[in-house]
Write a new protein. Structure first.
Length: 425
């Protein structure tokens, strides 16, 4: 959920994190799904009008197509009280093909029903761009916005948004025109209209280096998007680009390498500054930083959130999954959630780590909030805030300390007055 509330956001100045770890501010992870889940990396969450929705794709075994599922919790806005689990593992139809799906994101319509966007994948590179709407009683309908999306080069979960006026917005990558293009579509006129946002001069076709476009909206509805592509000087180096309405700008900042993939996220601060979160690294994966690039209408400024720990390929487990999320919290501050593993220590994962940072009073504060014993990577990371600023973290992992034999979907939030999150099923 893109929030534009709270106090103004000052121009970012470089300041490396040194604050408290905030470890006591979070509940124990709550398992969301009731069914056994495998490979549930496609997760998106949203909040609106006292509802928290969690949408994910799961594989029940390696030989099946899997299915997409929806869980919904209700809460009293502003009370920080219990969550009521009102919909459990309801199948979301039309979201996947025989070879899987790409989850572009979810939101809520003004009638309180969830809306989903996905790329159902069949064969080859082409995939449908599909928007799926739920009706009361659990029935689903869909619209194919396009049939020419490139499955591997399109983005995850932050590529779709439903605005306050009930209009949907989404971005994806296509090569149907013979060249790589970033496409934007909206139904704000009453019917779906598509436009080419960007045509990278030096595109990457490798999945982890592809554009992976994501979007955010300003308060007046102007589209802001970020994507990755090369430059004339270094065509193979992933550089971050910013689409401001219809203008494409090179931020001048690079991921510095292809692994982890140049994942990025974009948000708009309350004062209108555009924020792009990404990794910058040194060669040979030896070190790097997690960085926030801000744009104030004329200048791009880099701001280091934190230093990366160890081999940078541990972030996203060699870049195969979103490993960070940027959001604006209930006080109008940038908040960043980051996941990493310890895979490169012995070429096997034994531990995953969650870190959370907030920019406040001219510096980044935060650090490690959760350590999870697991033999698999942490997948599907998403962070959302409710109307009163209460945070919700959603992810998928096989938690060995909980006896998981398959990856399950987990939810973390801030405690209720009793000290834990109470969920009524």
């Amino acid at each position: 959920m893109k929030r534009k509330v709270g106090r103004g956001f000052a121009v970012l100045m470089p300041a490396l994190a040194a604050g408290a770890a905030l470890a006591g501010a979070w509940t124990e992870p709550l398992r969301v799904n009731v069914q056994a889940v495998k490979n549930s990396g496609q997760i998106a969450a949203a909040t609106r009008n006292g509802k928290l929705g969690i949408y994910y794709h799961q594989l029940s075994s390696a030989s099946t197509w899997g299915r997409s599922s929806y869980n919904e919790f209700s809460y009293v806005v502003g009370a920080d009280g219990p969550l009521t689990h009102v919909i459990t593992d309801e199948e979301v139809f039309y979201t996947y093909g025989v070879a899987g799906t790409q989850n572009l994101g979810m939101g809520f319509a003004t009638n309180g029903q969830p809306v989903f966007a996905s790329l159902p994948y069949a064969d080859g590179d082409a995939a449908n761009v599909r928007v799926i709407r739920r009706s009361a009683g659990g029935t689903y309908s869909y619209t194919n916005v396009s049939t020419t999306a490139n499955f591997g080069l399109s983005g995850f979960r932050e590529a779709f948004e439903v605005d306050a006026s009930n209009h949907a917005h989404l971005v994806w990558c296509s090569e149907a025109a013979g060249t790589q293009q970033v496409i934007y579509a909206t139904d704000s006129s009453g019917s779906w209209v598509t436009n080419v946002l960007a045509t990278p001069a030096f595109p990457h076709r490798i999945k982890n280096q592809g554009p992976k476009p994501v979007l955010a909206l300003t308060s007046n509805g102007t589209v802001q998007a970020s994507l990755s592509a090369g430059t004339a000087a270094l065509p193979s180096r992933p550089e971050f680009y910013h689409v401001d309405g219809t203008v494409v700008r090179d931020t001048g900042f690079s991921a510095g390498g292809s692994t982890p993939g140049p994942r990025h996220d974009i948000e708009v601060a309350p004062n209108g500054d555009v924020l792009i979160a990404h990794v910058t690294q040194l060669p040979l994966y030896t070190s790097g930083k997690f960085t926030l690039t801000s744009y104030n209408g004329s200048t791009y400024t880099n701001n280091d959130v934190c230093s990366l720990v160890g081999d940078v390929r541990n972030y996203g487990w060699y870049g195969i999954s979103p490993y960070h999320d940027l959001e604006i919290d209930g006080e109008g501050r940038p908040a960043v959630l980051i996941a990493r593993s310890n895979y490169t220590v012995a070429s096997v994962i034994t531990t995953n780590y969650l870190e959370y940072y907030v920019y406040d009073d001219g510096m980044w504060a935060g650090g490690l909030i959760r350590t999870i014993s697991s033999s698999d990577g942490l997948q599907g990371l998403d962070l959302v805030f409710d109307e009163a600023g209460r945070p919700f973290i959603v992810f998928s992992v096989k938690d060995l300390d909980r006896g998981d034999t398959l990856a399950n979907v987990y939810l973390m939030t801030t405690p209720t007055p009793g000290g834990t999150v109470l969920v009524i099923r």
